[in-house]
Design a protein. Structure first.
Length: 313
């Protein structure tokens, strides 16, 4: 109960409680999570001339409430980009970590406030729950102002394709059936993140940019046991069965855009290790923005931000 009040006060939830809250229509497929299909028209234009504007931005695995969260980089990203639709694709708040100890610095509060601010300015914000913020699933299918909380969503692209938007933990056999293994792995992962913090402290002193040791180790271990490919196959297979053109997910902290036969698989990455975002332009073209890498280039004074943005693949 104490944790609940701490968290409520930290993000200003008491101010949201008096908002006009109502239920929204859901669609129940033959299998898989509850889906919500929304109207993608913004309330009014949100594009700002000094910022880069996208039709849609997808962020996942921010892990607010943990020491590994790169809230500073995320805030800088949010200040420099606007969109008509913002999808938060799970594990935005790390309820697992908050249970063991409350950690919530001002930067994490600022991230939540930024989400509220962009929603008030007309951006449609869809919060898709994940396994680390599964405590929110009891409130799924709720709408608060211009923010929707769902277990999964359907995104219609500018060129008419339909994408399933889901965190992805439902397709991870370790998370679903061996929770204790996931928790044990989380302890080792946190240790790597702590070591990574000290490593990057010394890298910065010698003029090197941010580099994620945890991502390097994690990616190679998972490749060795074919975890990533198995996860991607499972998600793509489900989308094919449900008649989607592709999937947008997170969960495995590895940003990627690839095709599995007729299914386009896109992963947002994370804001702990790689600091990546998935974006869609007004033509329906998707790309991954690797924000930590771009900030490293800017910090070295090699090229201005406008040039970096033009070089995005």
């Amino acid at each position: 109960m104490a944790l609940k009040h701490h968290f409520r006060d930290a993000i200003g939830w008491h101010r949201l409680a008096s908002s006009n809250v109502h239920r929204v229509v859901t669609v129940l497929p033959s299998s898989g999570p509850i889906l919500f299909c929304m109207n993608t028209e913004p309330l009014y234009p949100v594009q700002e001339s000094e910022k880069t504007h996208y039709r849609s931005i997808f962020l996942s695995d921010i892990h607010l409430g943990t020491r590994g969260c790169r809230a500073d980089l995320l805030l800088e990203f949010l200040k420099r980009h606007t969109c008509d639709e913002l999808y938060l694709v799970g594990d935005i708040i790390d309820g697992w970590r908050l249970k063991s100890g409350f950690y919530w610095p001002q930067t994490h509060t600022n991230v939540m406030r930024r989400f509220l601010t962009v929603s008030k300015r007309g951006t449609q914000v869809t919060y898709v729950t994940g396994n680390h913020d599964e405590f929110l699933r009891k409130y799924s299918d709720m709408e608060i102002g211009n923010i929707k909380l769902v277990d999964a969503a359907v995104h219609k692209t500018a060129d008419g394709r339909r994408f399933l938007v889901v965190h992805g933990d439902a397709y991870d056999v370790v998370t679903r059936y061996h929770r204790w293994v996931a928790l044990l792995g989380g302890i080792g992962y946190d240790a790597l993140l702590a070591l990574n913090t000290h490593l990057n402290h010394w890298r910065a002193k010698f003029g090197y940019g941010h580099w994620s040791l945890s991502a390097w180790v994690k990616y190679r271990v998972k490749r060795a046991v074919s975890f990533v490919s198995g996860f991607e196959d499972a998600v793509s297979h489900h989308c094919r069965q449900q008649g989607f053109d592709g999937v947008i997910c997170g969960h495995i902290h590895h940003a990627e855009i690839t095709d599995y036969d007729d299914i386009r698989y896109m992963n947002c990455g994370d804001w702990v290790e790689s600091c990546t975002a998935l974006v869609e332009d007004n033509r329906g073209t998707f790309r991954v923005i690797r924000w930590a890498d771009e900030m490293n280039i800017l910090a070295q004074g090699v090229v201005p931000l406008a040039t970096v943005q033009r070089l995005r693949a």
